[in-house]
Each structure stands twice: as structure tokens, then as C-alpha cells.
Write a protein that binds this ligand. Structure first.
Ligand code: AHG
Ligand code: MN
Ligand code: MN
Length: 340
């Protein structure tokens, strides 16, 4: 068995190597990414011991989203917040698990603002199925103050985004705007090593990732879109298959590598989507676009949406550009509650 050609390039080396493309970053961006890697390793260690130590189950709390907080949600949140707070790179944070903007005291304050979902896929924690952490990085707007306007910005203003999946291996995927690269945690050395360089999302949809049990509550465009994609199969050739994990981050990772379309449309009953714009849709949309895919909410690209609150929700169609465009055409024909 030979080692991959890129084996040996660590996350830190890779980020430092790319710094030349971020002239204004002054090394702080590299430090931030490295610290996000540290937080990922700490959370991974907790996830890997779940069941052995007392981290399965709920905390008894309900978060600002009205959802039950799992113990690992809380651990992942506190780990991410503390590591980033002490990094000296961050001025403020927004987390799925925290109601308001999390300020960083002036002594530690840095150049960036970070939004994150500390643990995505909560329903999969206690059954040992892949879960992850998702993050979006913005430059702070003003040197002397920080506020909500630092984070309530369209996704296009990001300077970096990524995720960590705690799956059959722990992988960290990030982009600083040029390429999407993947690193795998080597448990023996405790380092993330580059394992996939400049990932391109395949053009064709091989997998459909959707919770189809929700079909009765979804807008009229969803059924015909699914039928059009499934209709590519014939008795001799299977071109499309279903793969749905129920952890957006893990579904997206598989789809990024193999070509898959993930959809979580708006619920007709509420007129809104389930997934959160700032720390679920935006960072993954950023990665999808850089890898050659696309992400839409219906009326346009996810990355052009102007958020109004930290926990805004959005419809999401993300995957190969051709099928994101197909869904948009179907929405235009059949209508979508979010578009009015
Ligand atoms: P979170 O665990 O951070 O609250 O997010 C869960 C999200 C997402 O990961 C997943 O795709 C979706 O919820 C699943 O929702 P359904 O159970 O409604 O399909
Ligand atoms: Mn989530
Ligand atoms: Mn979460």
C-alpha cells in the first residue's frame, strides 16, 4: 500500500501556503483556520467516545430554535466558542445554540466574525451516524466596534467557509475562495493531512438526498422535479439513486464528492424552510459554487440572500448546477411560498 502523493501536507501548512492569495490576512486567517482545526479535533475526540462517556442524550434544555439540546450539541458549542475566543482571531461569533451574537472581549478580539453550527445532525448523535460542524468566516467591518451588521451579510461577503464531518473518518473541508480542499484527521499523529485537492463537484446528479416523507407539505414544484430526475433511470441503467443521511453536512460531503442533489424545500404549512441561512446554507453554498456546483433558495442564489436575523431559515436546493437550475425552473412554473 503506497501513501497518497499529498500525504504529509498538514492543514496549517496548506493554509499558510495559500496566504499569498489573501494579501490583507496578515497571517490571522491561517491562525483562525488552524484553531478551527483544533476545535474540530477536540469535538471529534468527544464524538468518538460518545457512549463510553456520559455524552449521549439531551441536556433537558431547548435552544432558541425550539429544539432539544443534546449533550454533544452543548459540548461542541462550548468547545468551538472557547477555542475561537482565545484564538485572538475573532471579534464576535454566532452559533445555532446561542440566541444572540457572542462578543469577544477586547483583549482577545481579532479580525474575523464566525457563524457556526457546532453540531449538525443532532438526531444522528446517539445512533453513531455521521454528524459534523459547519462554519462561515467574514472579515469584521470596522476596526473599533463589532455588531450584528458584521454577521447579517450576504454569503458572498464570506472570506472562508468549511465543515468537519465526524464520520467513518474525521475530515475537514474548507475553502478560502479559490479551491475546495479536504483533510483527513490522522488519529495517531493528531494532524489533519491533505487528502483531496481542488475538489470539483460532478456535473451529474447520481444521488438524490431528500426527506421524501415531507412531500405532502412541500410546494407543488418538488414532486415534478423529483419525477424528472428519477425518470432518468430505465430498466437497464440506474443513473440516479437515493442517499439521505439526515445530517446536512454529511449528505453534502457525499454529494460534493460523488455528485448529489440535496433539497430541503420550504414547508407549505409554515411558509419557511428548516435549514438556517447563516451557518448551514451559506457556508455549504459557498463551497458548492467554488467546486462548480450551485445552491438556490428559489428566488436566486443562496449567497445573494440578505439575512435579517441570526437564525433565519431558508429553503435550500444544493448540488450540480444543472439540477439546481431545473428546480428553479420548476419553482418558476409551479410557484413557491417563499417567493410569494
Ligand atoms: P441540527 O442538528 O443542527 O439542528 O440540524 C439538523 C438538520 C440537518 O442536518 C438535516 O438535514 C435536517 O435537520 C433533518 O431534518 P428532518 O429530520 O426534518 O429531515
Ligand atoms: Mn444543523
Ligand atoms: Mn446543530
Amino acid at each position: 500500500m503506497s501513501l497518497a502523493a499529498d500525504f504529509g501536507v498538514t492543514l496549517t501548512q496548506h493554509v499558510l501556503g495559500n496566504q499569498a492569495h489573501h494579501p490583507g490576512a496578515r497571517g490571522r486567517f491561517s491562525a483562525l483556520l488552524t484553531q478551527i482545526g483544533v476545535a474540530g479535533k477536540l469535538i471529534s475526540a468527544q464524538v468518538r467516545r460518545a457512549g463510553l462517556i456520559e455524552v449521549w442524550g439531551g441536556t433537558g434544555e431547548t435552544n432558541v430554535q425550539g429544539e432539544k439540546v443534546q449533550k454533544l450539541d452543548r459540548i461542541a458549542n462550548d468547545t468551538f466558542v472557547e477555542v475561537l475566543r482565545r484564538s485572538g482571531c475573532v471579534a464576535a461569533m454566532a452559533s445555532e445554540e446561542e440566541d444572540a451574537l457572542i462578543p469577544v472581549e477586547p483583549a482577545f478580539s481579532g479580525d474575523y466574525v464566525v457563524a457556526f453550527d457546532p453540531l449538525d445532525g443532532s438526531s444522528n448523535i446517539d445512533v453513531s451516524v455521521s454528524i459534523g460542524t459547519i462554519f462561515a468566516i467574514y472579515p469584521r467591518r470596522h476596526p473599533d466596534r463589532v455588531g450584528l451588521d458584521d454577521i447579517l451579510r450576504p454569503g458572498r461577503e464570506m472570506v472562508g467557509a468549511g465543515y468537519i464531518v465526524y464520520g467513518s473518518a474525521t475530515v475537514l473541508v474548507y475553502s478560502a475562495g479559490r479551491t475546495v480542499d479536504c483533510f483527513t484527521l490522522d488519529p495517531s499523529s493528531g494532524e489533519f493531512f491533505l487528502t483531496r485537492r481542488a475538489i470539483r463537484m460532478p456535473d451529474r446528479t447520481k444521488y438524490l438526498s431528500i426527506n421524501e416523507c415531507n412531500l405532502p407539505y412541500w410546494p407543488d414544484w418538488v414532486g415534478p422535479t423529483l419525477s424528472a430526475i428519477k425518470g432518468r433511470n430505465d430498466p437497464d441503467v440506474r443513473r440516479v439513486s437515493a442517499r439521505h443521511i439526515g445530517s446536512l453536512v454529511a449528505d453534502f460531503h457525499r454529494n460534493l464528492l460523488t455528485g448529489g442533489l440535496f433539497m430541503y424545500p420550504v414547508d407549505r404549512r409554515t411558509g419557511r424552510g428548516k435549514l438556517r441561512l447563516l451557518y448551514e446554507c451559506n457556508p455549504l453554498a459557498w463551497l458548492a459554487e467554488i467546486a462548480g456546483g450551485a445552491a438556490s433558495w428559489g428566488g436566486g442564489a443562496i449567497l445573494d440572500r440578505q439575512p435579517t436575523g441570526l437564525h433565519d431559515r431558508s429553503g435550500l436546493v444544493i448540488g450540480p448546477a444543472e439540477d439546481v437550475a431545473l428546480a428553479r425552473r420548476m419553482m418558476a412554473t409551479h410557484g413557491d411560498p417563499e417567493q410569494g
